[in-house]
Design a protein around this ligand. Sequence first.
Ligand code: ZN
Length: 60
Amino acid sequence: MTKRIYKCLKCGRYTLKQDRCPVCGGLARVAHPPRFSPVDKYGEYRREMRRMIEKLEGEK
Ligand SMILES: [Zn+2]
């Protein structure tokens, strides 16, 4: 499950699939340690999901 993470050279955004930035169309390069941004994004997303689930379960 190794995903390559690319980083836009122009705007600094991270992207998973493309070698081009989906936002500004700038060139993207492989970002070496795949640690930071996407993990944070999903972490935030998961936290939100968990909050929603807890809320739903609490209402039961
Ligand atoms: Zn960009």
